[in-house]
Design a protein around this ligand. Sequence first.
Ligand SMILES: Cc1cc2nc3c(=O)[nH]c(=O)nc-3n(C[C@H](O)[C@H](O)[C@H](O)COP(=O)(O)OP(=O)(O)OC[C@H]3O[C@@H](n4cnc5c(N)ncnc54)[C@H](O)[C@@H]3O)c2cc1C
Length: 679
Amino acid sequence: MSELISWLRNYANENINSRLIDERRCIPPHIVLDFGNQGLLGMQVPLEYGGLGLNNGETMNVMEQLGAIDTTLSLFVGLNNVLGIRPLLNFGSPSLREELLPRLATGRELAAFALTEPSAGSNPQAIASSAIPQSPEQWIINGTKIWSGSAAWAGIINVFVQEKDSQGNFQGISGFTVKRGTPGLKQGPEALTMGMRGMVQNTVYFNDVAVDASQKLGNTGEGMKVAQYAMMYGRLTIAAASVGGMKRCAQLWHRYSSRRQISTGRLLENPLVLARLNGLTAAITTIETLVTSITTWLDQGQEVPVEAYAVCKMAAPEFYWEAADNLVQFLGGRGYIESNMAPQILRDARILRIFEGPTETLTAFLGSRVIYQPESFKTFLCDTLSMPEIYERFEQTVQQIQDYRQSPFTEETKTKNWTAILCGEVAMWGVLLAVLEAKAMSSTSESLNRAIAWTKEHFQQKITQVFAQTPDELVISSANKTTELISDYENAIGNLEQTLAGEDREVDEFLRLGDWETGRLGDWETGRLGDWETRRNIENWLMNWLGEKLNLSPQNIDPKQAFADYGIDSVMAVELAQDLQEWLGYTQQLEASLAWNFPTIKSLAQYLSTIESEDEIVEEKFAVNDSKIALNGQSQGTSSTENPEIISDISNYSEDEIQTAINQEMAELESLLKRGYPS
Ligand SMILES: Cc1cc2nc3c(=O)[nH]c(=O)nc-3n(C[C@H](O)[C@H](O)[C@H](O)COP(=O)(O)OP(=O)(O)OC[C@H]3O[C@@H](n4cnc5c(N)ncnc54)[C@H](O)[C@@H]3O)c2cc1C
């Protein structure tokens, strides 16, 4: 094990240039290959699959070392091991494990994790991607995932979707492993992130992607269990990497302040520096003790409660962020210069407070757990850590918060959420203190005693603070009042939005293969490219229309983004067809399904610009639909316009029947719009 750590240190000194990785926004291939050859990409994969078979303590030692070398690299390695391989290792079918683990463990392929969607981030329960059965053993996945780390480079992606039965009834969230090259799996654009720039984070489209039972992670409805299982461990990994990152901050901060003279003398002798730097060393010991305690329990086969993982993720990234910010600050102007490492550390550390559960989400989660399901927290503090006094102090505080504390809100839900946040903050410090005190029962050291004193003071201060009204509470107003206040700023500073175009990154239209978005290559083959000016006009009209509906500036509308991604529902699709018809001056009614058949502004404008006469559009619009709903609700291969009998039959139907038919058609359109399309 120490060999691997010393290999990493030598390798970092000789072969890694973090600034280059950051500037080029790419981890160079030699690092991925060398890490793969060393087994770093499959640390806990059993030896028989080609992994290193490391235990939890050993794995976290590597993560700490990587965090000190380069936070981006630690996240790259952590993602592959934890969110990529772990679900497969523990919930994958035997055939999937046999097939994939040897390749993943040695880094011949990378693994990614796709949970987040445009409408589901801190609340993953809101995911809308779906898997619908085609047969008892096969599902079709549709949906869009965003910011999936390593996805564009990955051989497999663990994706989490709503599983439905053949009638479309929700069965629960399920996980599947999708392999690269599967038809319908399309990598979308890369997000230009603030930090972690060496890694790719991109959108992933699932358009009718077929998966079978061997690719399922766990059983139907166990997707969140699988995802949480991986993410809980990810929170521990992030804490270990943060320890490495904080130690590196302390080293650089100390190096500068021990050499630098300021007005009071050597910077390191300044009381403020000594107080802050020693606060950092106490924070490091605290998180280190938490991580070591958890890995020891895990390696002894003990269960670790979710509260402990939540505290890892709440505390470590906040402490690391403070360390990185102090590093920039106490390096003075040098802290702001890119070549001095601190800016990159700051950027990289920032994401840790957001992903895998933002601090605030986890604070509210922890607070709710300790208020409404206190048994697990109580067992953890009283039995696992043998710290009943800390639990009692905490229990009293929670009771007092609920009994006496004045809520700044009148609505009950807001009061509950606010109380959960307050209790979550106190609980975090309570856990940290209990872990340190428990450690001190078996061994003690000066740094441990200092960490205990530091944490105890924070715990007490937090309790005092929750009973005093905070300055923010004094000025809280309702959401409407807040909106009013902020709207007034427009008078002072205007409503700015820069619209000057940036670089043109598009390949010239003459050099492109064809219009892959619509698949209507015929237009290009016959030379009917459409009038470019007409197309631009239509595009502009559509961008203005959408901008107006969504209260967005048209410049912010991406003509290659799917209408569905902008939240266009069936009602808006009908409106769009009507307004477009009016603007184009057509007498024939345009179908609302245009927004489905041509899912982006670009593809719709391209289509309309090639239409030479209104008659053509009427002929074509039915050619692209494969079914129509007639008034009796049955699918029918013809349309009411083509079949005048249906129109004349309207009088034979009651208002309710007509309404039911409209509702069914709307529902069908809605479900079509919700299917993901590549932008
Ligand atoms: C660089 C990067 C890499 C990522 N990698 C992946 C990946 O590999 N796979 C993947 O699936 N996802 C990934 N994500 C997504 C990430 O996990 C989400 O961004 C994160 O879960 C937050 O979701 P959101 O951005 O939608 O924030 P929102 O849900 O919009 O929340 C916004 C903010 O609201 C606050 N908030 C939320 N809940 C509460 C609450 N209960 N009480 C008070 N305040 C609250 C928090 O401050 C939160 O940050 C990545 C994101 C980034 C930026």
